[in-house]
Design a binder for this molecule. Structure first.
Ligand code: BTN
Length: 264
């Protein structure tokens, strides 16, 4: 089917660009300028200054799915740490539904296929103490791109990357159908967070799609954007605030932000 079965995501303002600096910046500008932006979407065929987590660049050539969704969430500011998990769940299921590939989740918000990163999530939040003004969730999926030209900075211990096309043996993914499923799933999981289950429900769904819990990992924590030394331990669980519970030799550590290397 061609019709977007959502009630607000992708139903209002949509900005489509052949080429953009970053859809994240387009979406933020929309949210700053207009009131009726809950569910607004910015999408581009390619980005010239795509942004990744921890102030990194995100290479965004043609063939990928690069989009940002504006939300004006009626959730407490504290619960907004769950929004990237909501997005990762939506991507994971959309990839599974559309391609049959076994996409899995890796903390914090990476979507993995065959042990390599195929998609990433970025959250830009405008919030005061108690209320969220708006959230912009950026989603980048390496759909039909050639990642052999995209390998950058693996020395940082970042996961190797792949694309859906590469994992499908060279077959193209229908990006329109993938994006449609993604927006539908996003609305569904967002509804789960906003109404029913809250963070507990989202974390439970996340656990079911992750193969990283219980494994030995090495974590490079990020503090004020700077990298600290790697900490070794067992990835025991995800806390309800989205932080990673790491069991180390010297006790439990809650990792709020960082990169995880899984030693399988
Ligand atoms: C990550 O580091 O894993 C997050 C990557 C997020 C990339 C997406 S692509 C659409 C949106 N626009 C951006 O500039 N970044 C996000």
């Amino acid at each position: 089917g061609r019709i977007l079965k959502t009630s607000f995501v992708g139903k209002g303002r949509i900005v489509y660009r052949d080429s953009a600096d970053s859809t994240q910046n387009i979406a933020i500008a929309l949210a700053e300028k207009h009131e009726d932006v809950h569910g607004a979407v910015a999408i581009a065929e390619q980005q010239n200054s795509g942004r990744g987590r921890m102030k990194r660049r995100w290479l965004s050539p043609r063939g990928g799915v690069w989009l940002s969704v504006v939300l004006k969430p009626s959730i407490p500011t504290a619960a907004s740490t769950m929004l990237p998990f909501v997005a990762a769940l939506a991507v994971c299921d959309a990839v599974r539904q559309r391609t049959g590939l076994l996409a899995t989740l890796k903390w914090p918000n990476d979507v993995m296929v065959g042990g390599k990163k195929a998609a990433g999530i970025l959250l830009d939040l405008s919030a005061e103490a108690e209320t969220v003004n708006y959230a912009v969730i950026g989603i980048g999926i390496n759909a039909n791109v050639d990642t052999s030209r995209m390998k950058i900075d693996d020395r940082e211990g970042r996961p190797a990357i792949t694309s859906l096309k590469e994992e499908l043996g060279g077959r193209d993914v229908n990006r329109l159908e993938l994006a449609r499923l993604l927006l539908e799933n996003l609305e569904r999981f967002y509804g789960m967070l906003e109404s029913g289950g809250g963070p507990e429900k989202i974390v439970a769904e996340w656990r079911r799609r992750s193969d990283m819990l219980g494994k030995k990992v090495s974590v490079v924590q990020a503090q004020q954007g700077k990298k600290a030394a790697a900490v070794e331990g067992v990835a025991a669980d995800i806390n309800d605030d989205g932080s990673l519970l790491l069991k180390t030799k010297s006790g439990d550590v809650n990792v709020v932000s960082g990169d995880v290397h899984v030693s399988y």
